[in-house]
Design a protein around this ligand. Structure first.
Ligand code: ATP
Ligand code: MG
Length: 285
């Protein structure tokens, strides 16, 4: 997490300061975009072309949502951004550096919480810290507990995943990613499996955490309302290998609450515009 964000987080949360993880050995180059795709092309082996000259820049601290028809390449895009897949052409940079797997500044949250069923919520959150072996056991526990509290589960640390609701499990999953203090957060339909009420709660939770921690966020979703509520910009993808159909700037006031934001006339305008774009994208397949 950038130091200014950590300072802000500490001064706005009544928890003791935590020891910082060592910073990446190479400081980020000075540049505007935290995340940049330049003329990226990609095809799965033996499969169809998914991207052909895709370019997109995401500013530091920006929240970008990605919408598009099923199979258009949203998850593939996240695979490329995470360095798990290499583009055939073009380049991808994270904070100015060529992306590679396991970059410490990258964090992922997937649709399924994928918690270790035999570990308590606290130990699930602590897991990455244990693997990194940079903090003492006491520091790991203190930090894991702080992030559990941050996602509203201060009292649930001792529980096993099967003792938690789906929404609570996804909160643990979020805390497990956030505890490693990524500056770039990649989320692939993280709340798609939740019921509508839990999903709404997690959307508000996501914005609350993002406003405290300030990560650059790329959030994949099928849900237009979710995209408009969360994002600074919504990117609509065409069926593969069409790339970007359109980008909509979401000029709605922050902080946002679902109840108030959904009632704004502009919310409906953005929603209708995006619905039209998705319909056109789907029909162009
Ligand atoms: N591991 C893989 N090997 C080969 N082809 C793949 C692989 N993963 C995805 N694809 C293909 O790449 C294209 C894009 O898939 P991707 O999973 O990125 O779509 P998506 O937009 O995330 O879809 P959804 O909304 O259904 O999650 C599809 O044609 C899919 O069949
Ligand atoms: Mg997908």
């Amino acid at each position: 997490m950038p130091k200014k964000n950590l300072d802000f987080f500490m001064t706005n949360n009544k928890i003791p300061p935590l020891p910082s993880l060592p910073q990446p050995s190479q400081p980020p180059a000075v540049q505007a975009a935290a995340l940049s795709l330049d003329q990226v092309s990609f095809a799965w082996p033996g499969g169809q072309q998914v991207f052909d000259a895709l370019s997109l820049q995401v500013r530091a601290g920006e929240f970008v949502a990605i919408l598009g028809p099923s199979g258009c390449g949203k998850s593939t895009l996240l695979n490329l951004l995470s360095g798990f897949q290499q583009p055939a052409g073009g380049n991808i940079r994270i904070n100015g550096n060529a992306v590679r797997p396991e970059m410490p500044e990258l964090g992922y949250v997937f649709q399924s919480p994928n918690l270790f069923p035999w570990l308590s919520a606290l130990d699930n959150v602590r897991f990455g810290l244990r693997m990194a072996q940079r903090l003492s056991a006491a520091e790991q526990i203190e930090r894991a507990q702080s992030y559990l509290a941050l996602v509203g589960l201060a009292d649930a640390g001792h529980k096993l995943p099967h003792q938690l609701s789906g929404g609570m499990q996804q909160r643990v999953s979020l805390a497990r990613t956030l505890v490693l203090e990524p500056s770039v957060l990649l989320m692939d339909e993280p709340f798609a499996a939740l019921d509508a009420i839990s999903r709404n709660a997690m959307n508000e939770e996501t914005l609350r955490l993002w406003s405290k921690l300030g990560q650059t966020t790329v959030f994949i979703t099928h849900d237009i309302d979710e995209a408009v509520f969360l994002a600074d910009r919504v990117v609509v993808l065409d069926p593969a290998p069409g790339g970007i159909r359109g980008i909509v700037d979401i000029d709605l006031p922050r902080p946002r609450s679902l109840a108030a934001t959904r009632r704004l006339p502009r919310f409906a305008d953005y929603r209708n515009d995006l619905m039209d774009q998705i319909t056109q994208a789907t029909q162009s397949a």
